[in-house]
Design a protein around this ligand. Structure first.
Ligand SMILES: Nc1ncnc2c1ncn2[C@@H]1O[C@H](COP(=O)(O)OP(=O)(O)OP(=O)(O)O)[C@@H](O)[C@H]1O
Ligand SMILES: [Mg+2]
Length: 244
């Protein structure tokens, strides 16, 4: 579980990128984070991935308070978080398989289990059999799916994706969102920062909205437009979060 309690981030004196943000994300939850440019989405991601520390408030990851995590423990916590990037960030001169395997090589995984896990991650993103392909031989959507496989191969408790579909067309966008949703149903929490609220609505995802650094909404989006007879009520999320 991830929990933020009155978290604030002040980059420069008097300039708060985030202020008083409180929410939790449970195991296997699928959550979308939205808001206009500059609202604080990336800042929030950087706090959860421990690249930045909150200026105030408390953030806990799997029961550990971020301000108590020692520098030497950071690699352990970072391995518990999978990152997906807008520009994929695949190594151009390595195969899809190697791009995924590198994560595990860095942790000293044994060859047999490494192979099994890479094969499983490729299957999870629907790209079994494409392990030998080089990034330039894959479409943008496929490259991002390799990026997702790389994020999940270490079995993290959460995948953080900051604008993962920013470089993709509509069809690939939907595919990537659906893939991330499937991953969350298998037990890994997923947090996606995106401007694209249309897809969030289509997916009936729990959606957090930031406005000038404040969390102004935490709700399940209605699946479709309001039926005749009145708008679909938007259920606020109870403290402790909502299971997908
Ligand atoms: N390293 C930094 N130093 C100083 N200010 C920063 C830093 N990073 C972000 N900010 C400021 O914090 C605020 C939030 O920025 P952030 O990047 O989190 O927004 P965002 O919601 O991700 O925007 P976008 O949709 O454009 O990606 C902005 O006012 C930004 O200028
Ligand atoms: Mg951003």
């Amino acid at each position: 579980m991830i929990s933020l309690s009155n978290v604030g981030k002040e980059y420069r004196k008097g300039q708060w990128a985030l202020r008083d943000v409180t929410f939790t994300i449970q195991k296997g939850e699928f959550v979308i984070l939205s808001g206009t440019s500059g609202a604080g989405k990336t800042t929030l991601m950087r706090l959860v991935s421990l690249e930045e520390r909150p200026t105030e408030g408390q953030l806990t990851l799997e029961g550990f308070a971020s301000n108590q995590i020692k520098k030497r423990q950071l690699p352990y916590f970072r391995r518990r978080i999978g990152l997906v990037f807008q520009d994929f960030r695949l190594l151009r001169d390595r195969s899809a398989y190697e791009n995924i395997a590198l994560v595990l090589r860095a942790t000293g995984a044994k060859q047999g289990s490494l192979h099994r896990r890479v094969i499983r991650a490729l299957a999870a993103v629907g790209l079994s059999g494409r392990g030998d392909a080089m990034p330039h031989e894959l479409s943008g959507g496929e490259q991002q799916r390799i990026g997702i496989a790389r994020a999940i191969v270490g079995d993290p408790f959460i995948v953080l994706a900051d604008e993962p579909t920013g470089n993709l067309d509509d069809a690939n966008k939907r595919e990537v969102f659906q893939m991330l949703k499937k991953i969350s149903s298998a037990g890994t929490a997923v947090l996606i920062a995106t401007h694209d609220l249309t897809i969030a609505r289509e997916m009936r995802a729990r959606t957090l909205i930031l406005d000038k650094g404040r969390l102004v909404r935490d709700a399940l989006q209605p699946a479709q437009a309001a039926p005749a007879g009145g708008p679909v009520p938007i259920r606020p999320i109870a403290a402790g979060g909502l299971r997908a």
